[in-house]
Design a protein around this ligand. Structure first.
Ligand code: COA
Length: 171
């Protein structure tokens, strides 16, 4: 649950990150009502788990774990890390690293074997963070995002949370 003050702080942090250019899809901040509805919606969707980080008690960033749809048995072993950001005023304190570590531990505890994520090639800090945390880049999409009338390449990563006991790879 988010208190009204938490929701307010989460919206402020998200707005600041969007304006700074790292807004998990948004290129300009939506109206406050839309942003509030977005976060309330996240809490209602069973396939999403929201994690927030605080600096001096104030929510300064967040990320989510998305579970696969229940019908997707073949890919039920993998979940995704998404919508990861820290407000510009709170960066450089290790919040994002801790957020990812906690989300990753949660995914492992929930029995997931693999964590996927994707990121724009322009998000240099995030790329460095994920690579130092042991994520493997396995692909690029040249038309991943469209920003300022230009395509932006996207990088796709995975991390094995629970390698198979016999070390087996793809069949
Ligand atoms: C990426 C982001 C979440 C990092 O937040 P943060 O709280 O400042 O990160 P941390 O302080 O935990 O730093 C963790 C690591 O990120 C990397 N990093 C952080 N800032 C960096 C920078 N300016 N340049 C290069 N690497 C950087 C480093 O590897 C750092 O580890 P180190 O301190 O041991 O060197 C933040 O910059 C952000 O919100 N960016 C815009 C949104 C975004 O890119 N989200 C990811 C989309 S998937």
């Amino acid at each position: 649950m988010l208190t009204p003050a938490d929701l307010h702080d989460l919206c402020d942090a998200a707005e600041a990150a969007i304006i700074d250019g790292g807004g998990f899809g948004w290129l300009s901040p939506p109206p406050r009502q839309t942003l509030e509805a977005f976060w309330r919606g996240v809490l209602l969707i069973p396939e999403r788990e929201l994690f927030v980080s605080r600096l001096d008690g104030v929510i300064a960033g967040s990320c989510q774990i998305h579970r696969p749809p229940r019908n997707n048995e073949a890919q039920g072993f993998a979940c995704s890390l998404t919508t990861s950001f820290v407000a510009p005023w709170a960066r450089g304190h290790g919040l994002a690293r801790r957020l990812v570590e906690i989300a990753e531990a949660y995914a492992r505890d929930e029995g997931f074997r693999l964590l996927n994520l994707d990121v724009r090639e322009t998000q240099r800090a995030a790329i460095r963070l994920y690579e130092t945390l042991g994520f493997t880049r396995f692909g690029e999409h040249p038309h991943y995002a469209f920003v300022n009338d230009r395509y932006v390449t996207g990088y796709f990563y995975f991390k094995e949370l629970a390698p198979l006991a016999d070390g087996a790879g793809p069949a």
